[in-house]
Design a protein around this ligand. Structure first.
Ligand code: GLA
Length: 642
């Protein structure tokens, strides 16, 4: 299949003369899919119940006439001013009661029946009108759900939260048990006494906070589902909604992925960060894994600079091309941007676009046009095979970053600390939920899985021959954020062959010894009692820092601290070697990412150096050569089975 290429199109910001030029420029740029209608609500329904789709018909017809598909939005992402003017109760509230007013976007309470009713009425109109349109290619529900309003604390949400809790726990006694409300006199006797975790004198109940995070995610998912069901009544085209992925805690991508026909992701790596492409890579591996390896869509990225960081540096020449190919290499079947034509007014007028303020005689449009041609040289659809799985769980993310822990943990940083050495070693990874089928992986890496209800699947995986690497503060609490009795980490003690007696966070980096070398560790340490595990690395006081335990036919490593990046790399290299995990290519120059996807081998030079890669024989070059300039890309095609 052809790779989709395009971006967000906001024609309501321009007159029809510009639309005609847009079509010519899109054709020149090789565009074949446009996301449209995302912020069109106020333009198609200028007054309640009064619909004006005439102009939008022309936009859709233009697409059809020019061979461009529409990723058609349900138009509900930014309610028109009349909605909150008539019904101020749809406006969301923060923890402290602050109202989030209109004048921006996404100013709706996800639980609001009023918002949902008006949204449903609009989606019916859109779906009925365009389901048979020849340009319609895919449905784009909402937009970046939860991007700005992650949780709403208003009274409507409070009532919805109570309903959600009743469905989850059945009885108030069960809820009291789950939330451990005998602590601090929090015992509830009636559902009506329960509130969202609003601003309070001090620390809030962890179970309540975790459930509110789950509820808030579900409230948004309900909005998504309601729109999807309407669309499906009229159309059998695939349905998606764009995630922000691993930088976005409110939306559980694993859960939402199952509700879509194809997953799409918006990705905005920061060009000034040296590891931006690695952070992006982690997110790409996750969205690909979220639907079992199915190709995904890069729904948005910036052609150059964004406008929402403190300091917005453009993408240097070649970077947009390199990062676009990176997404394709890691499983994307679409390369899309925010947005087509750079706005003259509004909050995003300094965000880059495919057609900049300066028009087509610009570096950015030229790079966009060139990439559009180049993408046609490669077929999408290919699958990726990974021998390593990194575990991630949204419930754990909420819980492990909760209040009042021995030390503050940033789970994204922990994930990166484990993922980056694997990326640098050119080991292909999937990023999966702990409940996924792990049996096909040679190595499973478990960063800070603090919330783990049940360790039996991981124990069984190792028993059957799998290799496991678990890092500190894992297996501590159950699904309600209550500590497992029986010594930490109770669900993993058997497989790891140890017990954690005490957490001992480090206020300064410390030294440890590993295989005759000395290195550093920081943030965290633990006092372990060994119950069968062997010591691999020790702190200077002689206590174990890293252990290894043979269990059944497999092996389980435990890392009781945060090792320096170099030591983490050594540990993971060792774990990979013992598990029989191979890099995609050996002897690659530093900074070159290699990925095999289907019959293609992608080489991506993220470094600032010119490099030569020893490309395996038997392939045909599709793009580039074995000599790659800084930020260069090469793609080779291999016959089946080579
Ligand atoms: C998000 C939104 C877009 C736009 C971009 C700007 O991804 O979905 O509408 O605001 O950010 O980077």
């Amino acid at each position: 299949m052809t790779i989709w290429y395009g971006g967000d199109y906001n024609p309501e910001q321009w007159g029809p003369e510009v639309w005609t030029e847009d079509m010519a420029l899109m054709r020149r740029a090789g565009v074949n899919l446009m996301s449209v209608g995302i912020f069109s609500w106020a333009s198609v329904e200028p007054r309640p119940g009064e619909f004006d789709f005439g102009w939008f018909d022309r936009v859709m017809d233009n697409f059809a006439d020019n061979g461009i598909g529409a990723s058609l939005a349900t138009m509900t992402a930014s309610p028109p001013p009349w909605l909150s003017h008539r019904h101020p109760e749809v406006l969301p509230r923060q923890e402290d009661g602050t109202i989030l007013w209109p004048g921006s976007r996404q100013h709706y309470c996800p639980s609001s029946p009023v918002y949902r009713d008006y949204a449903a009425r609009l989606v019916e109109q859109v779906a009925a009108r365009y389901s048979g349109h020849p340009a319609l290619t895919i449905w784009h529900i909402g937009n970046e759900f939860g991007c700005h309003v992650r949780q709403c604390f208003c009274d409507v949400s409070a009532e919805d939260f109570r309903r959600w809790l009743r469905a989850r726990y059945g009885t108030i006694d069960e809820l009291n048990r789950a939330w451990a409300t005998s602590f601090w006199s929090q015992r509830y006797s009636d559902w009506a006494e329960i509130h969202p975790p609003r601003t309070a004198p001090t620390l809030l109940n962890p179970g309540q906070r975790l459930d509110f995070a789950r509820f808030s995610d579900d409230a948004l998912l309900e909005c998504y589902r309601a729109e999807r069901e309407i669309v499906r009544r009229f159309s059998d085209k695939p349905v998606t909604t764009n995630f922000i992925g691993l930088v976005h805690k409110p939306i559980d991508s694993f859960k939402w992925a199952l509700e879509q026909d194809v997953v799409s992701l918006d990705s905005y790596p920061d060009p000034v960060s040296g590891r931006a492409h690695k952070e992006a890579a982690l997110g790409y591996d996750l969205v690909r894994s979220a639907r079992g390896g199915q190709p995904w869509l890069l729904m948005e990225q910036a052609p150059s600079a964004v406008n929402w960081r403190e300091h917005n540096v453009p993408k240097p020449p070649g970077t947009m091309r390199l990062w676009s190919w990176q997404a394709v290499a890691q499983g994307a079947d679409a390369v899309m941007f925010f947005q087509w034509r750079q706005s003259l007014g509004g909050a995003e007028r300094f965000h880059s676009a495919m057609v900049p303020h300066g028009g087509t005689q610009t570096r950015v449009y030229e790079e966009i046009r060139a990439l559009g041609q180049e993408l046609t040289l490669v077929e999408g659809g290919g699958r990726i095979r990974a021998d390593v799985a990194v575990l991630h769980d949204w419930d754990n993310w909420h819980a492990v970053e909760g209040d009042a822990h021995p030390a503050r943990i940033d789970l994204f940083e922990t994930l990166m600390a484990h993922y980056e050495p694997l990326f640098d070693a050119n080991v292909t990874c999937d990023v999966v939920h702990p409940s996924a089928d792990l049996s096909g992986y040679k190595l499973v890496v478990v960063p800070n899985l603090y919330l783990l209800h049940d360790g039996s699947a991981l124990t069984r995986y190792v028993h059957n021959g799998g290799h496991l690497l678990v890092s500190y503060f894992s297996g501590i609490v159950d699904a309600h954020d209550r500590v497992h009795p029986g010594g930490y980490p109770a669900p993993l003690r058997e497989v790891l062959g140890l017990r954690v007696d005490e957490f001992w966070p480090l206020s300064e980096p410390t030294m440890l010894s590993f295989n005759g070398t000395r290195d550093t560790a920081s943030l965290w340490s633990e006092w372990l009692t060994l119950e069968g595990a062997d010591v691999v690395a020790t702190f200077d006081d002689g206590r174990p820092a890293v252990t290894r335990h043979a269990h059944g036919a497999g092996l389980a490593w435990y890392v009781a601290t945060r090792p320096s990046p170099s030591l983490m790399r050594t540990l993971l290299d060792n774990a990979c070697a013992e598990a029989g995990v191979q890099p995609v290519l050996t002897g690659l120059p530093e900074g070159v990412q290699a990925i095999r996807r289907g019959r293609h081998l992608f080489l991506l030079n993220h470094s600032g150096e010119r490099v030569t890669v020893a490309v395996p024989p038997g392939g045909t070059p599709l793009i580039g050569t074995a000599k790659l300039d800084p930020r260069d890309v090469a793609v080779w095609s291999y016959p089946e089975g080579v």
